[in-house]
Design a protein around this ligand. Structure first.
Ligand code: NAD
Length: 344
């Protein structure tokens, strides 16, 4: 597909395609914006049916990273990489070694990190060929697993939104979808704050653990939307807010870690019509990239991370205020603020 006419092009600064016949590597790196600093975003390792789908994914995801990094007040632009998982057998180490060389050849306009389908070992392999990689668990300013910081940010946003709606978390009911690295920690924080939990996960063991540890009520995955709860916290998949699920929701606040929660921009309006306070996902879930940014900027410290987490709360508060003043949706306001911050 022609790049400049691509529906998701959105004035990307550069889009790189990499191919290596020996390892079978086919990858794209998209740099949406370096207005605020070098672009940063994870590498996704996924099986795509064709390169059009991979290209579409990388363009959308890198724009999302521009917005997320800008809203978190980071000196980072937005970028993303996708590596197309080869068919059949392949040498993983050789593949990511080559990929590391390619990342290095971009010369620092893009920093990579772990994303869906990647392992810490893959990241270490990439690191042997380039320094433009972050989120490792060793080395200078290694920030380690970003998930607890992401969860901390999600918890703060839930609290802020509850406050906006005059709700005390102690005694409030929160429905949490997904009990993985982020969702489980969100549950722990909510439980400590005195909230009641309703949880779901396709992994029954994770749900059982939440029931044992936090006294959570377990429901089936497709039942989570219709629960009588004050807050719905999506911490599993994207596009879960769609015409079907929005009509089921009883919660009047949505704040969770999952990326790209709105299936289409119209869903933001549908939520507003139902007086549901939607906390834009890329504002809420920026804790992980904050952690990684500290590593890239070389000034990682718990105090620095804390300042940036407080920045998320401040930004979300501004979005709420603007939404009240203007009657516009929170997601439209967040997009506009993000674009202004990246000079678009
Ligand atoms: P994870 O893979 O550790 O956890 C996801 C959990 O969701 C798993 O327990 C999985 O079994 C469950 N799940 C999958 N499909 C489900 C379904 N249909 N219904 C209920 N549960 C289901 O992932 P994570 O690191 O906890 O991330 C959660 C979400 O947050 C993802 O969308 C991720 O992209 C996003 N996110 C994560 C971070 C981070 O720091 N980890 C940062 C930003 C955004």
């Amino acid at each position: 597909m022609a790049i400049f006419e691509h529906p998701s092009f959105d004035e990307h600064e550069s889009v790189h395609s990499f191919y290596d016949p020996e390892t079978g590597l086919k990858a794209f790196v998209a740099v949406h914006s370096t207005h605020l600093g070098p672009s940063a975003g994870g590498t996704r390792f996924w099986r795509y049916e064709n390169s059009d789908l991979a290209l579409r994914d990388v363009l959308r995801l890198s724009r999302g990273m521009s917005y997320k990094n800008a809203m978190a007040g980071l000196k980072l632009g937005g970028g993303k990489a996708v590596v197309m998982k080869p068919e059949g057998d392949f040498d993983r180490n050789a593949l990511f070694t080559k990929f590391g060389e390619f990342i290095n050849s971009i010369g620092g306009a893009y920093y990579t990190a772990e994303d869906v389908g990647m392992t810490t070992d893959d990241m270490r392999t990439i690191r042997t060929k380039t320094k433009f990689v972050a989120g490792l668990d060793e080395g200078d300013a290694a920030s380690g697993d970003p998930s607890p910081i992401t969860a901390d940010g999600v918890f703060r946003c839930i609290k802020l939104a509850a406050n906006k709606r005059g709700l005390d978390l102690a005694g409030a009911t929160i429905a949490v979808q997904g009990l993985g690295h982020v969702g489980y920690t969100v549950c722990r924080l909510l439980h400590a704050a005195g909230a009641k939990l309703i949880v779901t996960d396709i992994n029954q063991q994770a749900a059982n653990n939440a029931a044992d540890e936090f006294g959570a009520k377990i429901v089936a995955p497709d039942e989570i939307y219709a629960q009588t709860a004050d807050v719905f916290s999506p911490c599993a998949l994207g596009a879960i807010l769609n015409p079907e699920t929005v009509n089921l929701l009883k919660a009047n606040i949505i704040a969770g870690a999952a990326n790209n929660q709105l299936s289409t921009p119209e869903i933001g309006l549908a939520l507003q019509d139902r007086d549901i306070l939607y906390c834009p996902d890329y504002v809420v879930n920026a804790g992980g990239i904050i952690n990684i940014a500290g590593e890239i900027e070389g000034n990682y410290s718990p105090e620095w991370v804390e300042t940036k987490l407080q920045g998320i709360e401040k930004t979300l508060g501004q979005i709420f205020d603007l939404a009240t003043e203007t009657g516009r949706t929170t997601d439209a306001i967040a997009d506009e603020m993000a674009r202004a911050r990246i000079g678009r």
